[in-house]
Design a binder for this molecule. Structure first.
Ligand SMILES: CC(C)(COP(=O)(O)OP(=O)(O)OC[C@H]1O[C@@H](n2cnc3c(N)ncnc32)[C@H](O)[C@@H]1OP(=O)(O)O)[C@@H](O)C(=O)NCCC(=O)NCCS
Length: 231
């Protein structure tokens, strides 16, 4: 299969959202509704704190991933600058599913759940269209995400995984080197596992996505005293 792994172009945001909805039905982000997800995915492309990636087959988006260079900064900025634009549809979604209120409270402190320090990026989502699953596309896409992460000075890529999600657990444990379970917690009514994967251990398979990002993400460095610096 001839596949192309590239930065996600903005015109494919709706297709990326479809893959998210198909891959994660019933989760908090999906229940918040399509307008919310459209705004969130747009933000990953236009924010300097995140990036979006796509896999294309014959010009069609068949898999996608979104990464936050810093969850604390990305979601903070999203709440300040973009959430208000979708406040009406989000309010309607909460009216339909009141349990969302509790989950939103948890997401409001998403960065507290991940506890990823500066220099560690978080996978917001990784998904493959159903008919393209089980062909090794997600593990290969992760190689490109790691190439990007390395370019931006990241030391670790972190995966929040529903404990019942065998496919992602398989991916982390069989395809990625140096991974470890950093913490386990209850969120969104589920048991979540939080894996950390050192970028340095996976550089031999890391690759760079084709194309150009819409807005390049910040790069993490440290000053001579070891203090974080984003450039
Ligand atoms: C998780 C996910 C991204 C994996 O994508 P993928 O490209 O299908 O990943 P893989 O090709 O490595 O396949 C995963 C499974 O298929 C198996 N597999 C891989 N290649 C295969 C092949 N050629 N033939 C048969 N099985 C294969 C793997 O052993 C693994 O099996 P398991 O689920 O029984 O453990 C995909 O299942 C998905 O999109 N899920 C929904 C969204 C989601 O939950 N995302 C994660 C949360 S952010």
């Amino acid at each position: 299969m001839n596949l192309e792994y590239r930065y996600l172009p903005p015109e494919f945001v709706p297709d990326a959202v479809d893959i998210h909805i198909e891959g994660q039905p019933g989760t908090m982000l999906t229940l918040l509704g399509r307008p919310f997800l459209l705004e969130l995915y747009r933000a990953t492309l236009y924010s300097r704190w995140a990036e979006g990636f796509g896999v294309f087959h014959n010009g069609q988006l068949v898999a996608q991933a979104a990464m936050a260079a810093s969850s604390a900064h990305f979601f903070g900025e999203f709440k300040r600058r973009r959430l208000w634009r979708v406040s009406l549809p989000v309010a309607a979604a909460i009216f339909k599913a009141p349990r969302l209120l509790k989950y939103i409270g948890q997401s409001w402190r998403y960065a507290d759940l991940t506890r990823s320090p500066d220099g560690e990026c978080d996978v917001i989502f990784l998904g493959v269209k159903r008919e393209y699953m089980r062909h090794g596309i997600a593990p290969e896409l992760v190689n490109y995400m790691f190439g990007w992460a390395h370019l931006h000075g990241m030391k670790s890529a972190n995966f929040m995984v529903d404990k019942r999600n065998r496919a992602v657990r398989w991916l982390v444990s069989h395809k990625l080197k140096g991974f470890y379970l950093a913490h386990e917690f209850e969120a969104y009514g589920r048991t979540m596992l939080f894996y950390k994967v050192p970028i340095a251990d996976n550089l031999d398979t890391a690759k760079m996505p084709a194309g150009e990002p819409v807005v390049p993400a910040y790069t993490y460095t440290e000053d001579e005293n070891g203090n974080p610096r984003w450039i």
